[in-house]
Design a protein around this ligand. Structure first.
Ligand SMILES: Nc1ncnc2c1ncn2[C@@H]1O[C@H](COP(=O)(O)OP(=O)(O)O)[C@@H](O)[C@H]1O
Ligand SMILES: [Mg+2]
Length: 650
């Protein structure tokens, strides 16, 4: 996805501070303020979450009330009944305990039902917001961030947050309240005994605090490493053909294993620190309890404590033991959620420097006149500009070929026209208006691009081609646009696909050859009916004959469209009205093909190297190695066979 390795981060001169996934972060928030950043998303669900919290609190108070009833039973009706044989009062007390138990169960159920749905809603909202933001962020952002990091942030981190919302946050509050109220009750009703038990809470809190500090660091590391691992999986699945063809599967496996091993080490460290805290949180209360048992027995013996009070003491401790033991888990869940919030907002707070202007200019009557004035462009992480004071005029309705050696900045220039990047100096103008003064939707409606590397989505041919077409157009008009675009792009092969234009293609669907994919990407740009069409070498995988047919049809259909074509073949260049030569980041010559051949030595050099390139790869002579036979057995017309690329470009 990204042409740059993920660890090659931009220099500090970038407009937005780079946020490498594993680099030290900015000023740290404490855990609670960090979690409170979720508030805007949680707000709609707040009433139900609070109701859920109260249900859970009610359940825990009901549980804490049971020992008090027990105390009364033991000291009152039970002792009385033992003496007099009258069990009447006992039954009433038993019914009360039963009632409290049922109330507790009912409240726990209420908590689950109240909280589950809104938490799922919040998770979906968070995910949608992130996705919308990712769509909005400029390409420069996606150059820096790996797919795996974004994937893990939008999937596993948000899953952690949902679990925290459903369970963790309520459990955290309830555990704390149960423990505090429980200890308070113990101290109030059993005096010294309660205070001894309370003393056990001191080492527990110290341990929990130290655990939290350590755990937060490993939790962040684990989640970042999981993201890097996802990137590796994504890249190797994407590049599986290359890896297999070069027999590099073993190396990919080795690097994957290394990363997985690092993640495992971090997860182990996480588990170890959680285990240590769990041992402490279980052992310390048990030890305190043993001490309390001895002390309690002594107090009963001395007559300072009733048997009922001692029973109540142990019953209360039993109610409190689950929250105390769970505290370790709840704490780690909270810290994982906090890390997830940090990682989520790392992306969400990345501002987009490429925004709509505050007071956008309404686009003038579109003619499609493009003008690059003194344009300089430097990539965020580069030291030298790729384009240096480029002046280029593309009069409305003309076709200009852009020619230059590989790496001279042709693709970069092409991306500046639809404002996929912002210029670092000078301006790109559409019909006399700086593109930065127009709404982005207006710019993108005027300019369509076909890239050399065609991206198809897992959808039908129709949906892929009509991607840039106004959704509100009537179906018949869309069919017309589709048919015409496929015809111009010489993509008639789609008619022979198993379900015609409704065949599913892309990652999950039918595989297409490089040339077929390019023709669909080209059809997509044509179907959008733009005033300005930028073709970044979109015909490179086609053979000469098909490319010439495409170019001729393009000129016919798009006679009033301003076209900038980055061409790969001298034959295509020759068809353009004018040719611009890009050399060392500057436009060094503009003229017709014949003029430039006669006057410009660099142009002659570039053209002859393109010719050599074409000859070397025998373009147009070798049949297209289609990965999947897409033709029906009875043949789909001879012109479809062997019209594609030759694998000249790997
Ligand atoms: N996203 C990017 N970040 C940094 N440098 C880039 C990026 N994309 C391209 N470059 C660099 O910019 C230069 C021009 O690239 P490009 O416009 O793709 O050339 P061309 O299309 O003419 O082959 C190259 O040196 C390339 O390494
Ligand atoms: Mg290029």
């Amino acid at each position: 996805m990204s042409p740059m390795p993920t660890d090659a981060m931009p220099t500090d001169a970038t407009p937005t501070p780079p946020q490498p996934p594993t680099a030290p972060r900015r000023a740290e928030l404490a855990t609670i303020p960090a979690l409170l950043r979720l508030l805007p998303f949680v707000r709609p669900a707040l009433p139900r979450l609070i109701a859920g919290l109260f249900s859970a609190l009610g359940a825990s108070l009901a549980a804490l009330a049971i020992p008090r009833v027990l105390q009364v039973i033991v000291d009152g009706p039970l002792a009385e009944g033992a003496r007099t044989g009258d069990t009447g009062a006992l039954w009433g007390a038993v019914a009360l305990v039963l009632g409290l138990g049922l109330a507790e169960a009912g409240l726990i159920l209420a908590r689950r039902t109240l909280v589950m749905l809104p938490a799922n809603r919040v998770e979906a909202d968070l995910r949608m917001t992130l996705f919308r933001h990712l769509q909005d962020l400029p390409i420069a952002f996606h150059d820096r961030w790996s797919g795996g990091q974004l994937l893990s942030r939008s999937m596993s981190d948000l899953g952690l947050l949902r679990r925290f919302l459903v369970f963790g946050q309520i459990q955290l509050v309830v555990s704390c309240v149960t423990v505090v109220v429980g200890i308070g009750l113990l101290a109030a009703t059993t005096g010294w005994l309660g205070l001894v038990y309370l003393a056990g809470a001191v080492p527990v809190s110290v341990i929990a605090f130290r655990f939290a500090r350590r755990y937060r660091v490993v939790s962040r590391r684990a989640q970042d490493q999981a993201g890097d691992l996802a990137t590796t999986v994504e890249e190797s699945v994407h590049g599986i053909r290359v890896l297999k063809a070069f027999g590099r599967g073993r190396d990919a496996l080795a690097s994957f294993t290394g990363q997985a091993e690092r993640l495992r080490t971090t997860e182990l460290a996480k588990a170890r620190s959680q285990a240590t805290v769990n041992v402490a949180l279980t052992a310390i209360p048990e030890l305190t309890l043993a001490a309390c048992l001895v002390l309690g027995a002594l107090m009963v013996h001395q007559g300072t404590l009733t048997i009922g009070a001692l029973t109540a003491f142990f019953a209360t401790v039993a109610v409190m033991s689950a929250p105390v033991v769970d505290l370790g888990m709840t704490l780690s869940m909270t810290l994982n959620a906090r890390t997830a919030v940090d990682r989520y907002f790392d992306v969400l707070t990345t501002t987009n420097p490429l925004t709509d202007p505050v007071d956008p200019v309404d686009p003038p009557e579109p003619h499609g006149h493009v003008r690059l004035r003194d344009v300089t462009f430097r990539y965020d992480d580069a030291t030298r500009p790729v384009l240096d004071r480029v002046d280029l005029d593309l009069p409305a309705g003309t076709t200009t070929a852009l020619v230059g050696l590989t790496g001279s900045g042709k693709s970069t220039l092409a991306m500046l026209i639809p404002r996929l990047y912002d210029v670092t100096g000078g301006a790109v103008e559409l019909d006399g208006v700086d593109v930065r003064r127009l709404r982005r939707t207006d710019v993108r409606r005027t300019v369509a691009v076909a890239f050399e590397d065609p991206t198809l989505f897992s959808a039908s041919v129709r949906d892929n081609v009509l991607l840039g077409v106004d959704d509100t157009l009537p179906g018949a008009r869309k069919d017309e646009l589709l048919a015409e675009a496929l015809d111009v792009a010489q993509a008639q092969f789609t008619g022979h696909l198993p379900h015609g234009v409704d065949t599913r293609i892309g990652e999950e669907g039918l595989s297409l050859s490089g040339g077929q994919r390019q023709r669909l990407a080209l059809a997509r740009a044509i179907a959008a009916r733009p005033r300005v069409l930028v073709l970044d070498d979109p015909l490179s995988a086609l053979d000469v004959a098909t490319e010439e047919r495409v170019t001729a049809r393009l000129r016919e259909v798009l006679h009033d469209t301003t076209t900038l074509v980055i061409a790969h073949r001298p034959s295509t260049v020759a068809l353009a009205d004018r040719v611009a030569v890009l050399q060392d980041g500057r436009i060094t010559a503009v003229g017709t093909h014949t003029e430039l051949l006669a006057t410009d030595p660099h142009y002659r050099y570039v053209i002859s190297s393109l010719e050599d390139d074409a000859a070397e790869h025998g373009i147009g002579t070798v049949p297209d190695p289609d990965p999947v036979p897409v033709l029906p057995p009875d043949g789909g017309g001879p012109d479809e066979l062997g019209t594609d690329a030759t694998g000249a470009r790997l």
